[in-house]
Design a protein around this ligand. Structure first.
Ligand SMILES: Nc1ncnc2c1ncn2[C@@H]1O[C@H](COP(=O)(O)OP(=O)(O)O)[C@@H](O)[C@H]1O
Ligand SMILES: CC(=O)N[C@@H](CCC(=O)OP(=O)(O)O)C(=O)O
Length: 297
């Protein structure tokens, strides 16, 4: 006869306490949309990717509507290097010439998107991969950055979101599919635009009237100059952190998008550490929200 070791009373009580802690959150978020931005920097390890996919499936099974928007910045850099090109960023945005755009589409719309879709499906979900070109649901136009003197700075085929049509995502939701979205927009001539994934996630959360926006990255959250974790960030505080240089690089579009979402009706906005296993479950279904919360005022 096969035998199993009995679970100790203490372990059993601890496990039961964790499971029952989730109940109020499962009830509160029933049928609510949660937009999850899965950053390229949080996708490094196979184990972490699998636990991310498991978390998304679990959230769906307990009655929430997860919508995944992914990045893939480091993965684009890898492929660029293989063709002898160096990735260049200005104000956290990739300078995107025509050749770079081809690689961006290959990596985001192809490799990364399909990997996440198939991981979620392997774990029992029904994921469908999309880019903004599908049903033309993310419309974009060329983004011009502002230089130090306020002059326009052209960084190529980088897009600014004009509109997001919520219908396609809503349709998938009615049949319990999990949308997995690559941050590529479409212009008026059908051309592709590279859009920062944080901006797509934020705007999508606003458009879908999501309950939560969770930005998963490779830091514990927003850190101050001493490396301490900050939380409860207001627009005023963010302005001062930008002015004194505490926030830089990829954190700039991330925080801008988080603030916009918080101001435009998304109930809770968090920047969390995607390198922590099951960070997503901890954030949504336990009392121990991890990372930095962003407030509207
Ligand atoms: N104050 C700050 N706190 C935390 N991270 C910061 C801060 N300022 C800049 N960063 C940088 O922002 C990065 C996260 O943005 P990004 O590289 O675009 O990640 P992702 O690929 O997850 O979107 C961090 O790895 C860090 O290097
Ligand atoms: C315009 C722009 O910068 N687009 C990003 C899109 C991918 C992205 O945002 O990926 P992460 O979330 O992993 O950083 C890029 O080309 O890297």
């Amino acid at each position: 006869m096969p035998t199993v070791a009995p679970i100790s009373a203490q372990t059993a009580a601890e496990k039961a306490a964790i499971l029952s802690e989730a109940l109020p959150y499962i009830r509160r978020f029933n049928d609510k949309t949660i937009v999850i931005k899965y950053g390229g920097n949080a996708m490094t390890d196979e184990d972490l990717k699998a636990s991310f996919a498991q978390d998304v499936v679990l959230l769906k099974l307990v009655g929430l509507n997860p919508v995944v928007v992914h990045g893939g910045g480091p993965q684009i850099n890898d492929l660029l290097e293989r063709v002898g090109k160096q990735g260049e960023f200005i104000q956290g945005m990739r300078v995107t010439d025509a050749e770079t755009m081809e690689i961006v589409e290959m990596v985001l719309g192809g490799l990364v998107n399909k990997e996440i879709v198939s991981l979620i499906n392997q774990h029992g979900g029904r994921a469908v991969g999309l880019t903004g070109k599908d049903g033309h649901f993310i419309r974009a136009k060329k983004l011009l950055l502002k230089g130090a003197e306020g002059e326009p700075v052209d960084i190529g085929q980088v897009g600014e979101i004009e509109s997001i049509d919520p219908e396609l995502v809503a349709l998938l939701d009615t049949r319990d599919f999990i949308p997995v979205i690559a941050p590529i927009g479409v212009g008026s001539e059908g051309e592709a635009f590279n859009i920062n994934a944080d901006l797509v996630a934020g705007k999508l959360a606003e458009t879908l009237k999501a309950e939560k926006l969770i930005l998963m990255t490779n830091t514990p959250g927003v850190l101050d100059q001493k490396g301490q974790l900050l939380t409860g960030l207001t627009p005023k505080l963010v302005d001062s952190l930008i002015a004194d240089g505490t926030l830089s690089g990829g954190m700039l579009p991330k925080i801008g998008s988080a603030l916009d979402a918080a101001r435009n009706g998304v109930n809770s906005v968090h920047i969390i550490d995607g390198r922590v296993k099951h960070a997503l479950l901890l954030e949504v279904l336990t009392n121990d929200g991890v990372g930095t919360m962003i407030c509207a005022d």
